[in-house]
Design a protein around this ligand. Structure first.
Ligand code: ADE
Length: 425
């Protein structure tokens, strides 16, 4: 395979190309690297490769012509990758696919970027190595080159090591140990010294699952896993952040049609459906908040019917779904109950369909990893302003860009919980 690096700094690559496995692969003709400097294609006295951006602003933009000429030098059929933070995220399947090319150009931008018309003139694959900004594409090109080279036959000493790596099977790797057996009181896990290959393989699989579950759960979502894997993950789930999430459905104070504070009645569907969401996602609890005594009596009777009464016989599944539901007089009572269960006052996150908010679902998940969160949902025409003002945070609204924004509260609850926890958290 032949890498063609298009860069204003060819010397940047001297050391990485001259040592380790990459150097060895070049010696053994497993890979070839050439460097093309667009500056070589300039004709003016100053050998200019950049200019000021049209429209103003800081920094300089790489000129089209030297780049176009450099790219015209590439062999026919050469796939062209432009390294840029706005590109498709680099991952292992992309590295494997690029390794199938005979010629691969890696175009490294510098300064503020490249004149956008380059993307119209050439068929480019835009690739990013992460959500951060480098000084230029050179460091990114090195990452990509190394990841791709590892797929080339003969590049790695033992071919099977490529398949054992983190990400090669879509999961993070299990931990490795070597001599001595004990260091500073820390022992190598017994199983690895047992010589029992079946047990070692099972242990490694579980550590791999565990590392992935804890560090990158999104990699497991949607994967086909064996029954053994699923049983193991269910065990891990007992410590999952979803347990720290509590829901409160507020019936007072909420807004009425004219925006004034008022009180709404309970809704059977909200009790059942949000209860089922809580059970499905394994939340810590679900509080129905109403100050109205008759409504409290009604709700408790309904819960008794399904949890202990005739409903429990007819539909034990429903009894399970409603197990975590509790009737309280106010949001404050819900806060106290959750605090009583967790030993800490929960962070109170209000919700609103209005286009403001200071926390998103990803940030709520980060909070849940450390401490409990009570997500407060409003009935009627939404939570009253006083509830929102007293909350610690306001969640960013669902469908921020949509025109129609009138989900039922039980639909909103399902979507919010899934956006926070997804399939695995
Ligand atoms: N150039 C600058 N930052 C980059 C990044 N994160 N990925 C790829 N190319 C880049």
């Amino acid at each position: 395979m032949h890498f063609h690096i298009v860069t204003l700094f060819p010397e940047y690559f001297d050391s990485p190309l001259g040592c380790g496995l990459i150097a060895k692969a070049r010696e053994n003709d497993i890979l070839d690297v050439s460097r093309i400097n667009p500056r070589e294609f300039t004709r003016d006295r100053h050998r200019t490769v950049d200019d000021r951006p049209y429209g103003g602003g800081p920094g300089m933009v790489m000129l089209l012509d030297p780049l176009v000429q450099a790219l015209n030098e590439l062999p026919a059929g050469c796939r062209k990758v432009l390294l840029t933070p706005k590109g498709k995220p680099m991952d292992q399947p992309l590295a494997a696919s690029l390794a199938g090319e005979t010629d691969l150009a890696l175009i490294c931008g510098r300064y503020e970027g490249i004149d956008a018309r380059l993307e119209e003139l050439f068929d480019l694959d835009l690739v990013s190595v992460g959500d951060f900004v480098l000084n230029g594409g050179e460091a990114a090109a090195l990452c990509l080159m190394e990841a791709v080279a590892r797929f080339l036959p003969g590049f790695l000493g033992k071919q099977e090591s490529a398949g054992e790596e983190s990400f090669s099977r879509g999961m993070l790797e299990y931990p490795h140990y070597t001599r001595p057996e004990e260091y500073a009181g820390l022992k190598v896990p017994d199983v690895l010294l047992s010589g029992d290959h079946g047990r070692i393989a099972a242990w490694r699989r579980q550590r791999s699952l565990e590392n992935t579950f804890r560090m990158r759960p999104e990699l497991l979502a949607g994967r086909l896993l064996s029954h053994e894997d699923l049983d193991f993950l269910k065990g891990l789930q007992r410590t999952r952040p979803g347990r720290n999430l509590y829901l409160a459905l507020v019936h007072h104070p909420v807004k009425n049609k004219t925006g004034q504070d008022s009180t709404t009645s309970l809704t059977n569907l909200d009790i059942h459906d949000i209860g089922r969401v809580c059970a499905t996602y394994g939340l810590g609890g679900y509080y129905l908040c109403t100050p109205l005594k008759d409504q409290q009596v009604l709700a408790r009777r309904l819960l008794w019917h399904w949890r202990e009464g005739p409903g429990a016989q007819a539909n034990p599944d429903r009894a399970r779904a409603l197990q975590g539901v509790e009737v309280v007089a106010s949001l404050n009572d819900a806060v106290e109950k959750a605090a009583g269960l967790t030993g800490r006052r929960p962070r109170i996150v209000a919700t609103s369909a209005a286009a403001t908010g200071d926390i998103d679902c990803g940030e709520v998940l980060q909070c849940l990893r450390k401490s409990p969160v009570l997500m407060v949902l409003g009935t009627g025409y939404g939570l009253s302003d006083s509830v929102i003002q007293e909350a610690d945070n306001l969640l960013a609204p669902l469908r921020l860009l949509g025109g129609y924004n009138h989900l039922s509260v039980r639909s909103a609850a399902s979507i919010i919980v899934d956006r926070i926890l997804g399939d695995l958290a």
